[in-house]
Structures are given as C-alpha cells and as structure tokens.
Design a protein around this ligand. Structure first.
Ligand code: NAD
Length: 259
C-alpha cells in the first residue's frame, strides 16, 4: 500500500513571501507528510515575514536567493543540500514576476525589457534551479513542481506578458520532464485558479477575476490555497510515480468551460 509519507525525504521551497503564498500552502502539506524542508526568501524584508511562519512548523533553514543570480543559485542549493543530509528529493518552484506596467496596458505595448524580465524570473528560473538541484537528487530519483496559470493557454486580459512567461514555463516543464525522466526525476506543474496572494493582487481587476471564476466554474466557487497544496503534495509524492510533464489544473474545473 502506498501512503503519502515523506519521512526521511527533504526538499527546498522557493517562493514563500508570506502566509498567503501558494508556496507556503504547499510547504505546510509537505511538512505534515513528514518532509524535511528548507526555504529561500527573495530579500531581507521577506525574511522577517517568513521567520514566524517557519517557527510554526518547528523551524527550518532559510537562505536568501534571487533567482536571477546564477552564483547564488548554485551556492544556495549546495548549502541547502548540506543542511538536509546531502540530498534534495524535491523542489517547489513558486516564483513569478513581471514589471507592474506590463500588466496594465496592452500586450502590444510590451517592452523588450519587460518581456525579458518576465520570462527570466518566471520561466528560466525553473530551468536554472532544477539544474542546481540535480546533483543532489538521490539515485532513486526526485520530483519538481512549479505553479502556472491558464493565461498560458488562453487570453486573460491584463495578464499580458505573464501569459507568455507561463507558456514558456509549461514548455520547460515538458522539456525538463523528458530529459530528466531517465534519471528518475519527475517534473510537473499545477495550474492554479486565482487565489488572493501578494502577486495576484498586482494583476489589474483581480477581484473581478475571482468573481468571474465563482460564476463560471463547474464548482461555482474559488479554490483555496490549501487545495493547491494538496494537489502539489500528490504530484510530488509516490502516488504520482507514473506522472511527469503534466499540467494539472486545480481551478474548480474552470478550464473545461467554453462559455
Ligand atoms: P506570492 O507573491 O506569494 O509569491 C511569488 C513569489 O515569487 C514571492 O515569494 C517572491 O519573493 C518570489 N520572487 C519573485 N521574483 C523573485 C526573484 N527574482 N528571486 C526569487 N524570488 C522571487 O504569490 P503566489 O500567488 O503565491 O505566486 C506563486 C506562483 O503561483 C507564481 O508562479 C504565480 O504565477 C503562480 N500562480 C498564482 C496564482 C494566484 O492566483 N495566486 C494562480 C496561478 C498561478
């Protein structure tokens, strides 16, 4: 019988900004399943928000990491593995960013720099951090998860270049899954419905998007961050041992609707 038990397994969680972060919802599930965790924070301001959260789960190593800094990525993954007994069984990648002005006007007006930044932080970072993790994945294999959004597949007004970034991210999931499959490393994504987080509130008309999902989704409600956490736990666990390169929608069914 397979149960979700991460005792003896360890991983690194990227993208906790505060208690509302999807990364935190995932971390809580992983912690409850017995995993040993370490976390990264983008800057000192966010470290102060993280410390009390991490204390609530009995403490965990914290490392500062800006995913644009290649040297720092390698250093942090080496330090994280060292803290966790030399192994990293899983990686939670829950990071995205686009300059605010790119999420306000028309996609047609996307700047060269805005496009570069959005794709670098939100998509390339998955490739780069997965590469940094691979040397520490035990022989039996490991698992990577990232967070995406339906704007990769459909047009979501105002989401603009973040849709381009999510399309690149989802392609990266498939490409990494194909290359790392023989090494026993699975790579998947959860495509989450809207959840009120720090990043989401930066999208113009986010409250209207939440209401639209409540009205149109088959389940007639918004999802909870906890539901993203549970689906991520499943994908990271042995229950999903035959699944890789998958984009799993956790959106109360919204994506199946045409009108
Ligand atoms: P959040 O603001 O809590 O998390 C975003 C994280 O990205 C933050 O921790 C931030 O510090 C980090 N980050 C940004 N730039 C970084 C950099 N250069 N280096 C290191 N870290 C950096 O918001 P969230 O909604 O939890 O977002 C997490 C992921 O979920 C994102 O990929 C987002 O696109 C995705 N997502 C969110 C929703 C939603 O509605 N909230 C829906 C679908 C997908």
């Amino acid at each position: 019988m397979i149960s979700v038990n991460f005792q003896g397994r360890s991983g690194i969680v990227l993208g906790v900004a505060n208690k509302r972060s999807l990364a935190w919802a995932i971390a809580q599930q992983m912690h409850q399943a017995g995993a040993s965790l370490c976390f990264t924070y983008q800057n000192e301001r966010l470290r102060a928000k993280m410390e009390p959260l991490v204390e609530d789960i009995g403490g965990a190593p914290l490392f500062q990491l800006d995913v644009n800094d290649d040297a720092q990525v390698d250093e942090v993954f080496a330090a994280a593995a060292a803290e966790l007994g030399g192994r990293l069984d899983f990686l939670v990648h829950s990071i995205a960013f686009a300059p605010r002005e790119e999420l306000e006007g028309d996609f047609l007006d996307t700047s060269r720099e805005g496009f570069r930044i959005a794709l670098e932080v939100s998509a390339y970072s998955l490739v780069r951090t997965t590469r940094a993790m691979v040397p520490y994945v035990p022989e039996q294999g490991g698992s990577v998860i990232t967070l995406t959004y339906l704007a990769s597949e459909r047009v979501v007004p105002k989401y603009n270049v973040m849709g381009s970034a999510k399309a690149a991210l989802e392609h990266s999931v498939r490409q990494l899954a194909a290359e790392l499959g023989p090494r026993g490393i699975r790579v998947n994504a959860v495509s989450a419905g809207p959840v009120s987080t720090l990043s989401a509130r930066g999208i113009g008309g986010f409250t209207d998007i939440l209401a639209h999902y409540r009205e149109k989704s088959p389940m007639k409600r918004n999802i909870e961050a906890e539901e993203v956490g549970k689906a991520s736990l499943f994908l990271l666990s042995d229950l999903a041992s035959g699944i890789t390169g998958e984009i799993l929608h956790v959106d109360a069914g919204y994506n199946i609707m045409a009108i």
